[in-house]
Design a binder for this molecule. Structure first.
Ligand SMILES: Nc1ncnc2c1ncn2[C@@H]1O[C@H](COP(=O)(O)OP(=O)(O)OP(=O)(O)O)[C@@H](O)[C@H]1O
Length: 244
């Protein structure tokens, strides 16, 4: 579903070039939750933005469903849902209006959109507040609307950038459940996080990213075998070769 091949991203800054990521190669298969695990500044957001067609690689290639993210960005956008860590919601709109708006943006036919929005409102338990203006919503309520909005056009690949940042345990659990149900539906999910237990719990395969490079790639079991360690935090420090 997703292929990232030898991708490098360099930023030009006043003080000289900064490498965001380099020699990044991995794929994500249908029905798979792939975790991109790394600390602040590792290159997770840069990677996700390139997949989401919002940034062009300096070199290398990213494709989604066989479409190139640079030369066929329109096709790619139909296939992806993107929850960025900055996804905001319109405070003056109700959840139902926001979902309708994004369904229109993606050209979803009216009847399909209505069915899909009803399903999402039920799935995310938004029935009680579906017709309330979003100002005054809790962080958890806003996150539900943002995730539903990323799914309204029924994308095949869903990109989540730190989806549980700032959420309490109840809201985080709702996000985890939505990721699990996407896997059950056969969707591909790429999840960026620095939360170790999140990858242990949710991810079929894990890419450990640090200082712009992929240090390891495999299932939790494979990473355990490779390092002789059990917990993801211990595994992480051993892989990147830095002790806390
Ligand atoms: N627009 C930019 N201009 C210059 N440097 C950038 C830009 N965007 C990212 N970088 C640099 O690229 C590297 C990777 O950043 P990125 O935001 O992808 O990391 P991240 O893993 O998402 O971290 P965080 O968890 O803090 O969001 C960092 O060194 C960052 O300073």
């Amino acid at each position: 579903m997703l292929q990232v091949q030898e991708v490098r991203k360099e930023f030009k800054t006043k003080t000289g070039p900064v490498v965001g990521v380099e020699r990044l190669t991995f794929d994500v298969r249908p029905g798979e939750v792939f975790g991109l695990l790394g600390p602040n500044g590792a290159g997770k957001t840069t990677t996700l933005r390139m997949i989401a067609t919002l940034m062009k690689p300096t070199s290398g290639r990213v494709s989604v469903g066989g479409y190139d993210t640079v030369s066929q960005s329109h096709e790619v956008r139909q296939l992806i849902g993107y929850l960025s860590n900055e996804t905001g919601i319109y405070e003056r709109f109700t959840p139902r209006e926001q979902l309708q708006f994004f369904a229109d943006v993606h050209g979803v036919p009216k009847a399909t959109a209505k069915r899909r929005i009803d399903e999402l409102i039920e799935r995310f338990e938004m029935g009680d507040f579906q017709n309330r203006q979003a100002n005054g919503f809790s962080t958890g309520m806003k996150q539900k609307v943002s995730i539903a909005r990323a799914l309204v056009h029924d994308p095949s690949l869903v990109i989540f950038d730190e989806p549980t940042a700032g959420l309490d345990v109840f809201a985080a659990r709702a996000v985890h459940r939505s990721i699990e149900s996407l896997r059950e539906e056969g969707k591909s999910v790429i999840l960026s996080t620095h939360i170790m237990h999140e990858v242990e719990k949710l991810c079929d395969r894990i890419g450990v990213i640090y200082k712009g490079r992929l240090y390891a790639l495999g299932t939790l079991e494979e990473l355990r075998e490779q390092t002789g360690l059990v917990h993801m935090d211990d595994i992480f420090f051993k892989i990147v070769g830095e002790e806390s």
